[in-house]
Design a protein around this ligand. Structure first.
Ligand code: HEC
Length: 171
């Protein structure tokens, strides 16, 4: 009896592993509760761009250090985030975003997306009503561009993105 129950559990685990591998989709979770985020919430447009599709499968943001994408990220950050996080992400009402001292798991772009999409506590509400998923990837690329910490800790970059990156010294 005991063994049959055990087998059923193993079988269940195997099926769910297979199901998530088959869909190829990463699972994104609330940074606060750990509950799975519903990625169909919020604005409908901007969910099917190549960048979003790639991100959902791999967790890699192709806009990182992409000269053509950064200006859009900069302008979205200025309107939607800088009032609380500071002009260059140095922190204000909200914590700084330009160093490697984070409260949540921002050492990956998956973790960064989870906070932006799903929100955190206090004034940090979910941004899915304000920004499309494609906008979020642009804002994230700008946040990574503002990073002033050591370049070797930039786990979120691909090797090629890291080669293009120099810690931000701009205004
Ligand atoms: C109304 C103020 C406000 C706005 C607007 C705002 N934030 Fe925040 N943000 C906060 C606060 C406060 C926290 C701290 C929340 C916590 O600790 O749970 C926070 C936390 C964060 C964190 C986690 C920081 C860490 O150390 O782990 C990230 C990432 C973040 N915000 C990104 C953004 C982005 C990107 C935008 C714009 C799209 C934005 N926020 C807009 C107030 C704001």
């Amino acid at each position: 009896m005991k063994q049959a129950g055990f087998k059923r559990i193993i079988c269940g685990i195997a099926i769910s592993l297979f199901a998530s591998a088959a869909s190829g989709q990463m699972v994104f979770r609330s940074a606060v509760t750990g509950d799975e985020l519903d990625l169909t919430e919020g604005l409908e447009e901007g969910r099917d761009t190549p960048a979003v599709q790639n991100f959902m499968q791999t967790g890699v943001n192709i806009y990182n250090e992409d000269e053509e994408a950064l200006p859009r990220g900069e302008s979205l950050f200025a309107t939607a985030c800088s009032a609380c996080h500071g002009h260059v992400g140095e922190g204000k009402i909200g914590p700084s975003l330009n160093t490697d001292r984070w409260d949540y798991e921002l050492n990956t772009d998956k973790g960064l997306f989870e906070v932006i999409y799903g929100g955190a506590t206090r004034q940090m509400g979910p941004q899915y009503e304000v920004l499309t998923q494609d906008d979020m990837l642009h804002v994230m690329a700008w946040i990574r561009h503002l990073y002033t910490g050591p370049a070797e800790y930039t786990e979120w970059f691909t090797d090629e993105q890291r080669a293009r990156f120099t810690p931000y010294e701009g205004e």
